[in-house]
Design a protein around this ligand. Sequence first.
Ligand code: 5GP
Ligand code: MN
Length: 346
Amino acid sequence: MNYVDRLGQNTYTNCIQGVKTVAVSGHIRPDGDCVGACLGLSAWLLDRYPELTVDVYLDPIPEEFLFLKHADKIRQENEDDVVYDLCIALDCSDPDRLNRASRIFEEAARTVCIDHHITNQGFGDRSVVCPESSSTCELLYYLFEDGRLFGSGEFSYDCAQALYLGIVHDTGVFKHNNTTLETMTAAGKLMGFGLNTEKIINDTFFRKTYLQNQLLGKALTESILMLDGRMIFSALYQKDFRLLGASEKDTDGIIDQLRVTEGIHVALFLYETREGDFKVSLRSDEAVDVSQIAAEFGGGGHVRAAGCTMTGNMHDIVTNIATRAEMQLIDYQQARDLYPEPTQDI
Ligand code: 5GP
Ligand code: MN
């Protein structure tokens, strides 16, 4: 489906009309798509409406994204209790995940939600949710090109850089199956604004600190194969972080390494945020829809990448998730037995 179809059914009007103050926010533990979308949108708005106040609210962002224009102006708290004319939630599948910005969103005179998570049921006065989009940044690219919702015009370098970064991160550098012709077209057009794409990709996606590599090593060494080698899981505890002097942000990329293990359909990675509380990450291939599993435990995400937070003992958490993954794997196997893929000699 192309974007004329994706966006066409909606009647868009410029949501900035009559607005003087805008708050932009995204999900808790902001990733590349979330940060890119927030800074890309604020650049787009300020380029067009210089008199507008645009404040971005996010939890502290990973250091590698700090080079993006205006990243240094991101706020964590609404210290003056400003009530905004408009609040825009980006890359956020439900309002609770705005975390500290939930209240800003609730109190704003008008609200807009722009997202690509399949588990997002829409919230706010106006929702544009497009699960076919690789990333919120890709969706924003086409909304900007369309011009109706946020005004029309050219992309600035800063806006293009932020959106490109977001697309790179949510597609795993154009690798995941959410990468479409539309994704590549948007990324190609953004490249055309003179971006140093190699630097963006290397510095923000592939580079790991020594500590991150140490944690990755520990997680891989201690990983366990389950369900006859079709599922892998690994966990890191607070004591592991303490031992290495590491923190949650050093866990980036561990799930991606687990998921490329041969024979694996489902990868599960957990880390302890507080004693007994775990952040759960799930990845899969075509055999399993992990967004369903995460949603069952109060989380959400995409078909092949989802997450949630869970409390309890590790054994129960892993068993609960593995049972659900196994049920889906049985269905997948039965469907394949019924409709085998054609072999070479047919
Ligand atoms: P990750 O495993 O990288 O944290 O998240 C994978 C995907 O699932 C992301 O798109 C993320 O937004 C979503 N996700 C992760 N944790 C949660 C959660 O607790 N709730 C919801 N609704 N989505 C989540
Ligand atoms: Mn995203």
